[in-house]
Design a protein around this ligand. Structure first.
Ligand SMILES: O=c1ccn([C@H]2C[C@H](O)[C@@H](CO)O2)c(=O)[nH]1
Ligand SMILES: [Zn+2]
Length: 134
């Protein structure tokens, strides 16, 4: 699975977005190191704060199915430039991925920003930040 295919999977996942409130469809595709792909779409709710982003849908699907070893993520939306993941999703990426894992941010026009998890959230709060002397 190359990056072009992964971005295509994100587009397919986007079609299933449940977005009656924002009408803004987002898709994600999360590749595992053993070649499995988990798609995700955004899922909104009339209680707006319960909305789940496409990226976190993909992560939570993968993790709940026993996959935690990730190789790449693609995200797509109908944005003027490459879509920019929200802070909550950046924190989830930092929790489960190596900092140098590639993230392909794109849009329907085909603009692509190839970045990494640590570029998206420099100085992320991580588990090791809770290590302290007894
Ligand atoms: O990277 C992003 C940005 C926004 N959204 C969703 C959340 C909400 O449903 C809609 C508007 O914020 O887009 C995502 O899924 N991913
Ligand atoms: Zn998000």
């Amino acid at each position: 699975m190359d990056k072009k295919q992964l971005m295509e999977r994100a587009r397919t996942a986007r079609e299933l977005a449940y977005v009656p409130y924002s009408k803004f469809q987002v898709g994600a595709a999360l590749l595992t190191r053993d070649g499995e792909v988990f798609g995700g779409c955004n899922i909104e709710n009339s209680g707006y704060s319960m909305t789940n982003c496409a990226e976190r849908t993909a992560f939570f699907k993968a993790i709940s199915e026993g996959s935690r070893d990730f190789a790449a993520l693609a995200v797509v939306a109908d944005t003027p430039g490459p879509v920019s993941p929200c802070g909550a999703c950046r924190q989830v990426m930092a929790e489960f991925c190596d900092g140098d894992m590639p993230v392909y941010l794109t849009n329907l026009k085909g603009d692509v920003l190839e970045t990494t998890v640590s570029e998206l959230l420099p100085g992320a709060f991580k588990a090791e930040d809770m290590d302290h002397a007894e």
